[in-house]
Unconditional design. Sequence first.
Length: 404
Amino acid sequence: MKAFMVEKYGDAAGMRVTAVVRDRDRTPYRSDVLLREFTEAEWDRLLEVVADRSGHIAALLDRDMPPQLAEDAAAVGVELLPGIGDLEPECGCEAWDHCPHTAALCYQLGRLLDEDPYLLLLMRGRGERELLDELQVRSAARAAPHLPRAAEDASPPAPEGVPAREAFAAPGPPPLPAPPPAVAAPGRPPALAGGTDPAEGLDVAALEFLAADAAVRAQRLLAEALSPGHASSPIPAALTVWQDTVRLTAAGPPAPIAARLAAGCGRDRADLARAVRAWEHGGAAALSVLEEEWVPDAAALARARVQLAAAWEEDEQAPELRAVGNRWTVVGADLQVHYGRDGRWWPYRKERGRWWPAGPAGHDPAAALAMPAPAADAARGRWRHPSPTRHRPGWAARRRPRRP
């Protein structure tokens, strides 16, 4: 249970606290607790008690429950705190009395009441703003007869704040507050399914998926904001609808949601699958390399040829490469590398007649090609990959360590 709702139920003088509570087996149940709302006469007596004591008002303004308020209210016949039998339960598990789900709701409600006293008053029928406005009226009415004549005739007080001249003369803006602490893991959104049927057209599962995705993105954005040098880093471009569709699909949504994303993106399933594979290897940059074909400058192509030539021993047969635009294909093998605008090389492999992303990017095209060859090509012996025993600079760092 991550959230609940307080609302008036029906035409009765009562308030309903609702939450979706998950059982031990993760089954969601809608659970409700009903509490009687105060009558106008009870509210009048309670507000008189609060207005009579300045300590009560000060505590409420500090969002604290005055220790003596419940006793003072009881003295005038108002039971502020719910007693035994005042909380009427209703649960989707169809228990006739309080069940583990409504009990969990009550425990959570008790913890929140310790943090915010206005929640209890809201459950009794008055919100925070309405309550404070009424207390202000009553406090002013009590103070008016005691004001001296001079105070009534006095001129209005000087305006608060800093004069504009002083503000502009200041050497600089005040220091920013300390940044928030990092979050180890994204929060888990509330369960929305269970209990009552959703409104027509509302996909609850999709809404839960989007809420979870928002939590993941918020945690990532906070981590990036707290990283060194973030203030001087460029602002990333906003994702297009297509890029966001690929990103959401790469997050692994349930099958019905994935089907909705595929149907609404305007591409066929194969295009979406290839795009998701690219996103998994490198996000928006990898997707751009998949879909964009361009011609690199001659210097970049010359550097790539030198790197490729140095990757094979003299007694090894180097592959024959054919370059078309920014894509280099191994002749006779289903391997290819794409050159990105950021100077990195992206490995590709042909699957079912189309080129698919095969791994993350690197600055060495030979390393991008150094992956297991397709079985048919390896059996024909058309060419061999760079020898893993060659200790050229940078090669050992990319080798997978042997198991002991």
